[in-house]
Design a protein around this ligand. Structure first.
Ligand code: AGP
Length: 607
């Protein structure tokens, strides 16, 4: 989604902005631009497409060293992707970059009256209001605060004024924005990775804060105009984690990272093969007397929540609801005092998940977040937080983060089961012993041979539609498999509980329709075989993802991808790796832009 970088200092601002924009590319975007001070003027360059294009344009414009500017990668919300709609936007007096959505931009546009607009964006409206306020007050802070009072929605803004050289201003509300403080200059960014190469020190802005940043100092003002005291934090993130190594795509590299990511998470959250959350949740009473657990998340993280529901209900015998955050935040859920809400998010910045968390906090419900990004807003605002140790995920398609999210959900289920005494320590140890085989043996085995995935990808790549079927946790794996295939190959697919297909959807099965059956739970082999027979007799080509011992499934399938035999504490994990590779090789066969699929963003910071 959109990304912001700004810089003022002694180094070459153009290069720093381009570096920052490249670091933000993983978030997904369709156009890019930047404005820099040059000889007492602001010069703006924009492009539809990649930062590499912007770099060529910028080199032509800025041959001399520049010291201050703002840059942006845009993921279109208002107005199609185009050079005109790309940020920065503004007037001869002021230029701004914006993340988020201005919900009342139409009303504000009308109120501006006789003003010409060149773009379709909500951002241009904000720029023109700041310009109007600045002409009235001649005070940059007042003009920004006055503008903030008029805006509805979410926004992080980077602002420069033509007559205040080498100074960057910022405003934040409900959209992430950090100020980086370096030895050779200061930064603003929507994501720390944009300036981490230059400094690991940063200041976090609160909602409603306006900041004024020069190369020597940072001043922050609250919404009432009063100056605030600020405190600096230090990032624990490592700047040098973004390489692809020998892999052609980040997605494949990140799938290969899974054994390490799972081992690291295992190391941090277990002790002697028992779950151990004492670092963040020292008191076991947190896990006692839980009424209902509400799992709230989006996309892949929601699918990890579904696997979590399976684990918690099976092991701890606590009822679990799972809901997509975009619906949960506006619903009227039945929440009781002793309920626990679990928010799952790789980025920790997903707008809907954050809004759901805030709604739960307001209602004083116990909240626990499972987050991959330290310092993210969800991590900061949750009652308790447990970190997954997947390391940074760059590919838009979430892979290793999913497996470690499921892992943490298994540990939470086991911990609650121990506290509730629905399992003994010996039983929990047994489960964790079998789980640990996943990262020591099973996933490495799957990764060692890509032939079955390439064969299945050949079948899928010629198709327009596909169906996934499974039962129990295999049904949940199917939901994730379908999302993965859609997002990177653009093949339309749907996932169904295998018994549900015949209640309508089976009418879509015709000669050659691919059906991917996921059958790793032994107790369902016979039922799954019958469901496979049903679709085969209507012409389906069946690709089965199943355990080695699933002979009755293998013998009737047209193409087979096997995963090592395992228990309920292993199969969802090995299946995840397999279905990720299936989606990857299908997209590869179709020559898709695997790491940056069209229309998608890594971090979805708008509703
Ligand atoms: C998965 O491949 C996605 N790109 C997407 O569904 C993602 O999981 C979702 O947007 C939630 O993101 P989060 O985990 O950062 O909150």
């Amino acid at each position: 989604m959109c990304g912001i970088i700004g810089y003022t200092g002694n180094d070459n601002a153009k290069e720093i902005l381009l570096d920052g924009l490249s670091a933000l590319e993983y978030r997904g975007y369709d156009s890019a631009g930047m404005s820099l001070f040059k000889n007492n003027d602001i010069i703006t360059v924009k492009t539809q497409g990649r930062v590499s294009e912007l770099s060529k344009k910028a080199s032509a414009q800025f041959s001399e060293k520049t010291f201050c500017g703002i840059g942006h990668t845009r993921w279109a919300t208002h107005g199609k992707p185009s050079e005109t709609n790309a940020h920065p936007h503004g007037t001869e007096n002021v230029m701004i970059v914006h993340n988020g959505i201005i919900e009342n931009y139409k009303e504000l546009k009308n109120e501006l009256g006789n003003v010409n607009f060149y773009s379709d964006t909500d951002t241009e409206v904000v720029a023109k209001i700041i310009d109007k306020e600045y002409r009235k007050t001649r005070d940059p802070i007042k003009s920004i605060i006055n503008t903030h009072r008029l805006l509805k929605g979410s926004y992080a803004l980077g602002i420069i004024f033509a007559d205040i050289p080498d100074t960057v201003f910022a405003l934040k509300k409900d959209s992430p924005l950090l100020i980086g403080t370096g030895k050779n200059g200061m930064f603003i960014a929507s994501d720390i990775s944009a300036f981490l190469k230059y400094t690991d020190r940063y200041i976090r802005l609160s909602d409603g804060d306006t900041a004024m940043i020069t190369k020597e100092c940072v001043c922050v003002f609250a919404a009432d105009g009063n100056k605030k005291t600020i405190s600096e934090e230090r990032s624990v993130k490592n700047a040098d984690v973004t390489g692809k190594g020998n892999f052609n795509h980040f997605m494949l590299k990140e799938i290969f990272d899974e054994p390490d990511a799972m081992r690291n998470t295992f190391g941090s959250l277990t002790k002697d093969f028992l779950p151990d959350f004492s670092a963040t949740i020292p008191d076991d009473s947190f896990f006692e007397d839980i009424g209902t657990i509400h799992i709230v998340a989006c996309g892949t993280a929601l699918h990890a929540g579904l696997q979590g529901k399976y684990f918690i209900e099976k092991l701890a015998k606590i009822p679990v609801t799972t809901e997509t955050a975009g619906e949960f935040r506006y619903s009227d859920p039945i929440l009781r005092e002793n309920d626990l809400a679990i928010i799952i998010s790789q980025s920790g910045e997903t707008a809907d998940s954050l809004a759901a968390l805030r709604m739960l906090n307001k209602k004083h419900i116990r909240t626990l977040s499972v987050v991959n990004t330290p310092g993210s807003t969800i991590a900061e605002e949750s009652g308790k937080v447990v970190f997954t140790l997947a390391g940074q995920e760059i590919a838009v398609a979430s892979t290793k983060a999913y497996n470690v999210q499921c892992e943490v959900m298994l540990f939470l289920a086991l911990k609650t089961a121990l506290v509730k005494k629905t399992l003994t320590s010996a039983e929990v140890k047994n489960i964790l012993h079998s789980f640990s085989r996943v990262f020591t043996d099973s996933i490495p085995t799957i990764l060692s041979n890509n032939t079955p995935f390439r064969k299945a990808a050949e079948i899928l790549s010629g198709c327009k539609n596909a169906f996934f079927i499974g039962r129990g946790y295999d049904n949940y794996s199917g939901q994730e498999a379908s999302l993965k295939l859609k997002e990177i190959s653009y093949i339309h697919s749907e996932a169904y509980a295998a018994g549900e297909l015949k209640h309508g959807t089976i009418s879509l099965i015709e000669e050659g329709t691919p059906v991917i059956s996921i059958a790793t739970d032994k107790k369902f082999y016979e039922k799954m075989r019958s469901n496979i027979e049903e679709v085969k007799s209507r012409g389906a080509v069946v690709i089965s993802v199943c355990c080695e011992n699933a002979q009755i499934i293998k013998e009737i399938s047209d193409c087979v991808i096997t995963v090592p035999n395992g228990t309920f504490a292993e199969n969802p994990f090995t299946t995840a790796t397999a279905i990720q590779l299936l989606a990857y090789y299908t997209a590869l066969e179709m020559n898709r832009d695997i790491d940056k699929p069209r229309n998608l963003a890594k971090s979805v910071t708008v509703e």
